[in-house]
Design a protein around this ligand. Structure first.
Ligand SMILES: [Zn+2]
Ligand SMILES: [Zn+2]
Length: 254
């Protein structure tokens, strides 16, 4: 399984993550922070499924641009997989003919710009040879973590969330689990802000790694850019053997 952690900065290559998007085997995107900024239209066009965790802007920022760019009257449109709540939010707050055209109802007849597919907690969907299971996590708005499996490997994305439990129960016995991408948004000094916005600090991160209870790589993602250095220092000081700091722009192979 190939996982591209998309870079999200303009200018010289940077380890800062402003936006969230991960491309699986070239054709599935988990979240849509930066997919609409990919410089090759052919690479954008290969993405046939966009799977959304939640509505926050760092996760959907480039979705309208992406859908506009890949639109093609002669081929099938991308499928956007999202909870019912999130579909309503996109319809009311994004594709509302104010912020962006109502792509869901245009053009009249002919090829649509996108189609929705509904994600529900714990219900797996099969996309090509990839099986994807959304599991609700604990964030300020409804949010899914994901278990993603193919014949060789399984990985999990757990972002954005406060301390959580269901997804750890769900992945505990998954064969071939190779890695967990886990958020670490704020430094320990901002624990109160992390609690209020329902994110993790390195202190919380250690607690979540403990709940995984098995020996897999844990890749820290969603480090707030302003505090990145401190968060990395605090994560490293946890002394976790399985810790990796996620690198935007890097391609992982599992
Ligand atoms: Zn969020
Ligand atoms: Zn986020």
């Amino acid at each position: 399984m190939k996982v591209q952690f998309l870079a999200s900065s303009v200018g010289k290559h940077s380890t800062l993550q402003f936006l969230s998007s991960f491309i699986i085997d070239d054709f599935i995107s988990i979240d849509a922070g930066a997919i609409g900024l990919l410089s090759s239209i052919d690479v954008q066009k290969q993405i046939r499924h966009v799977v959304l965790s939640h509505a926050h802007i760092d996760h959907i920022a480039s979705l309208p641009l992406f859908l506009d760019t890949v639109y093609d009257t002669h081929s099938d449109c991308p499928t956007v997989h999202a909870s019912e709540d999130l579909q309503n939010c996109l319809q009311c707050d994004v594709f509302n003919n104010r912020l962006w055209p109502d792509l869901l109802h245009m053009p009249n007849g002919g090829s649509p710009f996108l189609k929705f597919s509904t994600l529900a907690d714990g219900q797996s969907v099969q996309l090509g040879n990839v099986r994807l299971t959304p599991v609700s996590v604990d964030h300020v708005i409804p949010c899914f973590g994901f278990l993603i499996e193919d014949d060789q490997a399984a990985i999990a994305f757990v972002s954005d969330t406060a301390p959580t439990q269901n997804i750890w129960d769900r992945i505990r016995n998954v064969e071939n689990l190779k890695a967990v991408f886990l958020e670490a948004s704020f430094p320990n000094a901002l624990q109160q802000l992390a609690d209020k916005s329902m994110h993790l600090t390195p202190h919380d991160f250690a607690g979540e790694v403990d709940k995984i209870g098995r020996d897999v790589s844990v890749i820290a993602i969603h480090l707030k850019s302003r505090f990145r250095e401190t968060i990395v220092e605090e994560l490293k000081s946890l002394g976790l053997a399985q810790l990796e700091i996620g690198k935007p722009g890097h391609t992982y192979q599992f």
